[in-house]
Ligand binder design. Structure first.
Ligand code: FBP
Length: 238
């Protein structure tokens, strides 16, 4: 159970309200929920708010990122933080997004491969956000064959975990999970939805070998983030 809170970077403050704009609020709710195994932060938020001595939830630093200002362009997410810096901030894991199908896919695979070697040398866990995006895969971002290819690529590149979108049904997702082999599959949450529908999807994809979730908005945009977290934990750890 990874809680993502890098949206201020990826989307800007539009995802937040008066409470969730404050990283301390989110770090406190993580502690209160007591069910997460990682918190996902960008370097700056980790540097200013994550105190390794106080926090019981392990830190995953997201090493690349892009803003929401370039919607019409082929997506590229540049490397912004080193593995060494992530370790200094107290991280035990790092993450990197590859936009599978983008014109810039090669560059992201190369950057990922370098940080993957570096992180594994230093004993860190590596998670790859494998998101189909760009002209070649337009309209196919959650199509089973395309997501399965992204999942397999995660295994081929040496990721410990991949974070991928749900294909929408457990039958097709079962194949996606098989394609990932020993690489563990985490499903991303997406925009905030009705909680019972979201929990039903989690039930479904957990039945086909998925390892867990890396989710943001469906938790901290909820009126009861701690309650939702506990319901998720009940499904996932069961
Ligand atoms: P959500 O569960 O809120 O979708 O968070 C997962 C995540 O991958 C975040 O780590 C990231 O900030 C965001 O989604 C990116 O969303 P997108 O690329 O779909 O705009």
């Amino acid at each position: 159970m990874f809680l993502a809170y890098d949206h201020g970077f990826e989307h800007g403050p539009t995802d937040f309200n008066e409470k969730t704009i404050d990283p301390e609020y989110v770090l406190d709710l993580l502690e209160e929920a007591g069910v997460y195994t990682a918190v996902i932060l960008q370097e700056g938020v980790a540097q200013a708010y994550y105190e390794p001595a106080k926090q019981s939830i392990p830190l995953l630093v997201k090493l690349n990122g892009k803003t929401a200002f370039h919607k019409g362009e082929e997506p590229y997410s540049p490397l912004l933080c080193s593995v060494e810096e992530a370790i200094r901030l107290g991280a035990s894991a790092v993450g990197y997004t590859i936009y599978v199908g983008s014109e810039h896919e090669t560059k992201m695979m190369q950057e990922f491969s370098q940080i993957e070697d570096d992180a594994h040398d230093k004993g860190l866990v590596v998670t790859a956000w494998m998101y189909p995006r760009g002209k070649q895969v337009e309209g196919q971002e959650t199509t089973p064959d395309v997501v399965a290819y992204a999942a397999r690529l995660g295994l081929e590149l040496g990721a410990d975990f991949i974070k991928i979108p749900y294909t929408g049904d457990p039958e097709s997702f079962s194949w996606v999970v098989k394609c990932a082999g020993k690489t563990k599959v985490l499903v991303s949450g997406g925009v905030k939805r009705d909680t019972s529908e979201f929990l039903k999807d989690v039930e479904d994809f957990m039945k086909v070998g998925t390892c867990g979730i890396a989710v943001g908005r469906n938790v901290w945009q909820s009126e009861d983030p701690v309650g939702v977290s506990k319901k998720l934990a009940e499904i996932i750890y069961r």
